[in-house]
Design a protein around this ligand. Structure first.
Ligand code: AMP
Length: 623
């Protein structure tokens, strides 16, 4: 089993024991490839360019060496991480906090627009060791002199290509210009468009470039599917799949040791025979657990990559990638646990919207497309449950000791003057009432609605729905680069009278709704409102979020555009002439070639219902 093969550990990376303790607390077993490659270089003070996307473990790849180098007694910022969005800034700050759980007195501060300045000013004054900021707000603080970078030892550019795409690159360069010469720089980017390459050339000192490439093949016998996480949470989705999939043995892969135990417990509570398999368990216990799976006294193992490596159990018919693996090779190792000994197997991958790049990367590496699947619907569940119920009834009917019960049915029917059929129905109800054959309707209705919103192919989604009627004669224009994506015209409550620039609308929508900029289409600005073309079928939660998003001190109050625009010439359209400078500073939006290919569903809706405010440029306080 896995532990026999020599595996690089976090301890091998010369990280301080306080950090190792925190990693053990969060349940990480081994460094991901990007971590194994980056951490030693950053610890040596080298500059690094990491070609890595979300999900590869890149946050820890830069956070751990930064933390290893923090002087807790010095009360000034020693590292700055620049992120494209406020969500990412918060997420990265939280990651720092968890890795620094045993560094007493450590302070990290996320700074982003749309949040009251006063809190940030107060926190900066009190002293922080690491600042994680969006470029605009970081620059605001630098201009106000509330943030000083003269003692910064490390600067990290996280998701550099996203920052470029969102028009932040001038800000990033302005910030880099204000950092000391001898700081180390770590630049992470999923793609390497020319402007990012230029930043690396101009600002990094002989950087080491890290790109984790793997050449791997997958077994032809394995059917590969993915579900784009949306609408339903992963646990519910998993249980639905478990209910309808006919599986023999299954391995469910999660990222951390803690999750193996948590998920196994939850599945047991739902009636499945599941057990955790992780590196914390003794070798003996792991062997016993695998034996149980082999024998069939256990059906599901919830495992980490390390614990399940090399596992060879013929019975495993399914591999569930509950958490996406952090590299393509791990994916191949995982799914290779099924389809053993000439059998067929099925591998299902859960992909959160932000992780779609990892999915594409896996497909590229394995040179095999992974098919998108839908979750089983309510009627699938009803059909499946009814069939299982009927089978169990038919099986019971084979018994020869049913006379007593047949008599009871007959008596009830005579006493109540009803048919035996009615008695049968009542009995079926009694047997199934704690586990209804029909899932509750309300929930199903909600789910169906969510699914309608979340389907990947917007063209298909719109077909047959009456959404078209909602759009007036003023239909959205198709996107030049993605003519196959169905667009819809929306109205937002900021207009010429607010001095709004198309770029401000783009920035706010891209940032808040996490819609790729490539998919934000034509924008027209009128006196009291503007229209913006976005992919049709926006998830409800994103829609609600955009209603509250602030631009030019006004809530966007987005709505589907159903009226005729007022007479008079609209303002210039972003696609036609704006060139993407969302703050009018002459920044050139990257060319289409540089943007990298994107997949079809641009909605990366987060379901965040916190009434968050935009980091959009219109909201930023200028000093
Ligand atoms: P990131 O690519 O930094 O966004 O990380 C993606 C996810 O992987 C996060 O949930 C991390 O907590 C998790 N993660 C990062 N490194 C490891 C590791 N070495 N072992 C297990 N999980 C990890």
């Amino acid at each position: 089993m896995s532990s026999d093969s020599p595996e690089l550990s976090f301890a091998d990376l010369n990280l301080p024991s306080s950090i190792l303790q925190a990693l053990s607390d969060v349940g990480y077993e081994t460094p991901s490839p990007i971590q194994a490659a980056t951490i030693p270089l950053l610890l040596q003070g080298k500059d690094v360019v990491g070609m890595a996307q979300t999900g590869t473990g890149k946050t820890a790849a830069f956070a751990l060496p930064v933390l290893a180098d923090i002087d807790l007694n010095a009360n000034h910022p020693q590292a700055l991480v620049l992120c494209p969005t406020r969500e990412l800034a918060i997420q990265v700050a939280e990651a720092f906090q968890s890795y620094a759980a045993h560094l007493k007195g450590f302070h990290v501060l996320p700074i982003y627009g749309g949040q009251d300045m006063r809190g940030q000013l107060k926190a900066l004054k009190r002293g922080v060791h690491v600042v994680v900021g969006t470029p605009g707000r970081t620059l605001d603080h630098l201009n106000r002199k509330s943030l000083a970078l003269n003692k910064i030892k490390t600067i990290v550019l996280d998701e550099a290509d996203e920052m470029l795409r969102m028009g932040f690159i001038d800000d990033v360069e302005a910030i880099l210009d204000k950092t000391p010469e001898d700081r180390r720089v770590a630049l992470f980017s999923a793609t390497m468009p020319a402007p990012i390459r230029k930043v690396a050339n101009n600002y990094l000192n002989e950087p080491e470039e890290i790109q984790i490439k793997t050449k791997v093949t997958t077994n032809e016998n394995i059917e590969q599917l993915y579900w784009l996480v949306s609408g339903t949470n992963k646990l519910d989705a998993l249980t639905r799949i478990l209910e309808v999939e006919e599986f023999d043995g299954m391995i469910i892969f999660v990222r951390t040791k803690t999750s193996t135990v948590e998920l196994a417990d939850k599945l047991n509570a739902r009636g499945y025979s599941a057990s955790a398999l992780n590196g914390d368990m003794s070798q003996n216990l792991r062997i016993q657990t695998v034996e149980q799976l082999k024998r069939g006294s256990l059906d599901i193992l919830v495992a980490t990559d390390v614990a399940a490596r090399g596992l060879d159990v013929e019975r495993i018919s399914h591999v569930m990638n509950y958490d996406i693996p952090y590299d393509d090779e791990a994916y191949v190792h995982r799914i290779g646990r099924t389809g053993r000994a000439g059998r067929t197997g099925k591998a299902i991958l859960f992909v959160a919207p932000r992780e779609r790049r990892l999915l594409r990367s896996i497909e590229k590496t394995t040179r095999k497309p992974i098919t998108q699947m839908d979750l089983p619907t309510r009627s699938d569940l009803i059909e499946y449950r009814s069939k299982a119920f009927k089978d169990s009834v038919v099986e019971a009917m084979q018994r020869d000791d049913l006379d007593f019960f047949a008599n009871i049915v007959k008596e009830i029917s005579e006493e109540q003057n009803c048919s035996e059929n009615e008695v049968g129905a009542a009995l079926a109800y009694l047997v199934q009432k704690d586990r209804p054959l029909q899932p509750p309707k309300e929930k199903a209705k909600r789910e169906r609605k969510e699914r309608d919103f979340d389907q990947d192919d917007s063209r298909q989604r719109r077909k047959g729905r009456d959404g078209e009627k909602e759009i007036s004669g003023y239909k959205a224009k198709p996107l030049k680069d993605h003519p196959d994506v169905e667009m819809q015209r929306f109205k937002v409550a900021v207009g010429r009278k607010d001095n709004v620039k198309p770029g401000q609308i783009v920035g706010a929508i891209a940032n808040e709704a996490e819609i790729d900029g490539d998919y934000i289409g034509n924008i027209e600005i009128y006196e009291t409102f503007s229209t913006v073309d976005l992919p049709a079928g926006m998830p409800k939660e994103v829609f609600n979020l955009l209603k509250q998003t602030m631009v030019c001190n006004r809530a966007l109050n987005i709505d589907i555009f159903t009226e005729k625009p007022p007479r008079g010439k609209p303002g210039k359209s972003r696609l036609k002439s704006e060139g993407g400078d969302r703050r009018g500073k002459g920044h050139k939006r990257p060319s289409n070639e540089n943007r990298g290919k994107r997949d079809k569903n641009p909605h990366r809706g987060k379901g965040k219902a916190d009434g968050g405010r935009s980091q959009g440029p219109g909201k930023r306080a200028k000093s």
